[in-house]
Write a protein that binds this ligand. Structure first.
Ligand SMILES: [Zn+2]
Length: 230
């Protein structure tokens, strides 16, 4: 899982589109199609992309056969997303990105567990992306199910119980509270973002070096807009 300098050189030689990715390694050159190289640039890229999407002006970048071929030899995504599996919140669509741009990790309730953390740490080690986004969303079913289980005292069936168990410590304070689902969705985004940094030495080190920003965000089902959760 260690970075592969040979492959990175090959990618660099393959075209300017990936040149910006190497800013973190200190070897970037200017390019008209430069990828976001800093945390600020990466955050701006996904938020601007989301504004395009929500306004009906999506560009659908990086979705051509040429992009497929360009990335076949290797990927260099500029963002990692930890998002919910909800079919209405696909990161590439709502951020108006394409092939090779986003390293997706999706599970109902956008929960950090060991497997998800391994997946994210792999991407941090391998691609050194400047941004990790924890993307929750309005009326999340996993959060709603956990609150319903707590409020009614009814256990969730099957392995859904594992999700309820994972979310319970975070959302329990909002059981029976007006607007509890919305408050719990935001609390869960904050908690999972904090868990990424506190649980993972690899993520923490990257954040402390200023190479990676961990941002929490909420997707609005009605407007299609993403807003940051602090
Ligand atoms: Zn959800």
């Amino acid at each position: 899982m260690s970075p592969n300098p040979l492959r990175r050189r090959a990618l660099l030689a393959a075209g300017g589109a990936v040149a910006g990715s190497f800013a973190l390694a200190g070897s970037a050159s200017a390019s008209p199609t430069r990828l976001p190289g800093t945390p600020r640039e990466a955050l701006e890229a996904i938020l601007v992309g989301n504004r395009r999407f929500a306004a009906g002006h999506a560009r659908h970048p990086h979705q051509t056969p040429a992009r497929v071929r360009e990335t076949a030899a290797g990927q260099h995504p500029f963002a990692i997303v930890l998002g919910c599996a909800d079919s209405r919140v696909p990161p590439e669509v709502v951020f108006d990105q394409g092939i090779g741009d986003v390293f997706d990790n999706r599970v109902a309730g956008n929960i950090v567990d060991d497997l998800l953390l391994g997946s994210i740490e792999y991407a941090v080690e391998e691609f050194a992306p400047p941004l990790i986004v924890v993307l929750g969303h309005e009326r999340c079913g996993a959060v709603s199910a956990t609150l319903a289980s707590l409020e009614t005292g009814t256990p969730a069936p099957g392995h859904i119980a594992a999700i309820v168990t994972a979310l319970t410590p975070i959302v329990a304070p909002y059981a029976g509270v007006p607007d509890g689902v919305e408050l719990a969705v935001r609390a869960n985004v904050r908690a999972q973002a904090e868990a990424l940094v506190s649980t993972s030495e690899i993520v923490r080190e990257s954040v402390e070096r200023g190479r990676t920003l961990v941002a929490g965000a909420r997707y609005d089902l009605e407007s299609g807009l993403v807003t940051l959760v602090h």
